[in-house]
Design a protein around this ligand. Structure first.
Ligand code: AMP
Ligand code: ZN
Length: 459
C-alpha cells in the first residue's frame, strides 16, 4: 500500500511500526460553529484512509481531538478564543456551545457514513497532559516564559519548516506578523497562555491561571495515546504551514526523534470555483443540501469522484449528476442481485480495484472499476457480491438500497406515466410533461432527468 507522505513529498510504501496496528491521529473540528461541506471533505478523506487500511487487514487505533478550547481566531495565536467569541455571539456558555456543535458535527459525520476514530477526545479533558508536555519542553530548554505565557523557541528546533519547506530565515524576511517584544523570535508560538480574569475557560498551572495553545493540544493527545511514535497524522491542507509545523516542533523536540512518520493532507473543497466565504454566502452545510432535496450520500458520491490531493469544485449541477449516477449504480447492482450465480471470474476487477485504492487512495479510479464491472459483466449474483466487497471502501450503502429496492418495486402506473412524460418532453410538450410529473409526485415518486434518460425514486 502506497501513500503520499507530505513530509518527504513522495509516495512511499506504508507499513505501521507495529505490524498489525496503525496508530493514526486526525486533527478534529473546532466546535464553535456549524461544520460545512468543506470540513466534511477533510473527514471523508480520513474515512477513505481508514476504510482502505481496514480493507488491507489492519486494525486501527485512531484518535481525533475536539477543539473546545484554545484555538484563537488566527492560527498564529492572535485574536480571541473562538469558543468565547461563539459564546458571546449566541449568549450561551462555552460548554453549551461545545456540546451543541460537537453533536452537530457527529450527526453530519454519521449521515455521511464516515468511519470515526476509536478515540474521540475533547481538548478540555487533557489539560494536565498539555501542562506536562509544556513542562517537558521547558526542562529541555525549548520553551520560555513571558508575561503573556509560555512560548516555543523556534530557533532552537533546527528542523522548523520541514513540512511546508519554508526555511525560518525566509519566513522572517517576509514576516508580516506583529512582533511581541518579549518573544525571542517573531515565529515563536504560544504553548500556554496566561488568562486575564475575564477569560472564561482557564485552569491552574505552574505558570498561574491560563489555557493551552491550540497546537499543543494535538501533540499532547498524540503522546497520551501513542507515546512517541505515530504512524499517520491527517488533516486539511490549511494545517500544513502553521499547525502541523508547530506540532512537529513540539513532538520532535520533546521526544528527541521523529514522532510522526506519515503526514497526509486533504486539499480544499471549493464552491463555484472559488473559496467558500461568508460574503459570497456560499458556505453550505449538509443540512442546506438536504433542504434542496439531496441525500447526504449524494455528497459522498460527489466526494468519491476527486482524488484527495486535488482541489475539488462543488456546484449544484455536479451534485445533481452525482445523485443520478448514485441511483443508477444501485439499479445496476440490483440487476445483478436478482440474477443467478454464473461462476464468473472477477479476479481482474478485484485486482484493479485493489491496485487503485492502494495507490495513494485512488478512489475515483476504484469507483470507475466498480462501474466497469456492473455495466460490462453478464448479470450474475457474484457481481453483486463483489460490489458489496468494494462498497466496504466506498461506503455507499449498496446493500441497504438493494434491500429497499426489493421491497419497494415501482408500480406499473408510475412506470407508464414516467415513460409518457419522457416522450412528451422529447416532443417539447412541456406542459403535459409537467402535469405528469405532478401526478407521479402525488403517488409518492420523484423523477430525475439527465442527458441519457430519467430515474424514478420513491420519496
Ligand atoms: P476546523 O474545524 O476549522 O479546525 O476545520 C476542520 C477541518 O476541516 C480541518 O482539517 C480543515 O483543514 C478542514 N477544512 C476547512 N475548510 C475546508 C475546505 N474548504 N475543504 C476541505 N477541508 C477543509
Ligand atoms: Zn491538530
Amino acid at each position: 500500500m502506497k501513500l503520499f507522505n507530505t513530509l518527504t513529498k513522495r509516495k512511499e510504501e506504508f507499513k505501521p511500526v507495529n505490524p498489525n496496528i496503525v496508530n493514526m491521529y486526525s486533527c478534529g473540528p473546532t466546535v464553535y460553529y456549524y461544520a460545512h461541506i468543506g470540513n466534511m471533505r477533510a473527514y471523508l478523506f480520513m474515512d477513505s484512509l481508514r476504510r482502505v487500511l481496514k480493507y488491507n487487514g489492519y486494525t486501527i487505533n485512531g484518535v481525533m481531538n475536539i477543539t473546545d478550547v484554545g484555538h484563537l481566531t488566527s492560527d498564529e495565536d492572535e485574536g480571541e478564543d473562538k469558543m468565547e467569541v461563539a459564546s458571546k455571539r449566541e449568549n450561551k456558555s462555552v460548554w453549551e456551545i461545545a456540546k451543541f456543535y460537537t453533536d452537530f458535527f457527529f450527526d453530519q459525520v454519521k449521515q455521511l457514513n464516515i468511519d470515526v476514530p476509536e478515540n474521540i477526545v475533547p481538548a478540555t479533558s487533557c489539560i494536565n497532559d498539555m501542562i506536562e508536555f509544556v513542562k517537558g519542553l521547558m526542562e529541555k530548554g525549548y520553551a520560555y516564559e513571558t508575561s503573556k505565557g509560555i512560548y516555543f523557541d523556534v530557533s532552537k528546533f533546527k528542523g522548523y519548516g520541514m513540512l511546508s519547506g519554508t526555511k525560518l530565515e525566509d519566513k522572517l524576511a517576509g514576516a508580516r506578523i506583529e512582533v511581541d517584544p518579549e518573544k525571542i523570535n517573531p515565529y515563536d508560538f504560544a504553548l500556554w497562555i496566561k488568562a486575564p480574569k475575564e477569560h472564561i475557560m482557564q485552569w491552574e498551572s505552574p505558570w498561574g491561571m491560563g489555557y493551552p495553545g491550540w497546537h499543543i493540544e494535538c501533540s499532547a493527545m498524540g503522546r497520551k495515546y501513542f507515546g512517541n511514535s505515530i504512524d499517520i497524522h491527517t488533516g486539511g491542507i490549511d494545517h500544513k504551514t502553521v499547525h502541523h509545523e508547530n506540532e512537529i516542533a513540539q513532538n520532535d523536540a520533546l521526544n528527541g526523534k521523529q514522532t510522526v512518520r506519515f503526514w497526509m493532507h486533504c486539499e480544499f473543497l471549493q464552491v463555484d470555483g472559488g473559496k467558500m466565504s461568508k460574503s459570497l454566502n456560499n458556505i453550505y452545510t449538509l443540512e442546506d443540501l438536504k433542504q434542496k432535496g439531496f441525500d447526504p450520500l449524494d455528497f459522498r458520491y460527489f466526494y468519491l469522484n476527486a482524488h484527495y490531493s486535488k482541489k475539488q469544485n462543488f456546484t449544484f449541477d455536479a451534485l445533481k449528476s452525482s445523485r443520478i449516477s448514485r441511483l443508477r449504480l444501485y439499479d445496476e447492482c440490483f440487476k445483478h442481485k436478482i440474477a443467478e450465480n454464473k461462476n464468473l471470474d472477477l479476479t481482474h476487477y478485484k485486482q484493479k480495484f485493489e491496485d487503485a485504492i492502494n495507490d495513494d487512495l485512488n478512489i475515483p479510479l476504484a469507483l470507475s472499476v466498480l462501474w466497469e464491472m456492473v455495466k460490462n459483466e453478464e448479470k450474475a449474483k457474484e457481481v453483486y457480491e463483489m460490489s458489496l466487497t468494494f462498497d466496504k471502501v466506498l461506503g455507499l450503502d449498496i446493500e441497504k438500497y438493494a434491500i429497499e429496492q426489493t421491497k419497494g418495486e415501482i408500480p406499473q402506473e408510475v412506470l407508464s406515466m414516467a415513460e409518457l412524460r419522457w416522450e412528451a418532453k422529447k416532443n417539447k410538450n412541456f406542459a403535459y410533461a409537467d402535469e405528469l410529473r405532478n401526478k407521479i409526485g402525488e403517488l409518492g415518486y420523484d423523477i430525475l432527468d439527465s442527458k441519457e434518460g430519467y430515474q424514478i425514486t420513491k420519496r
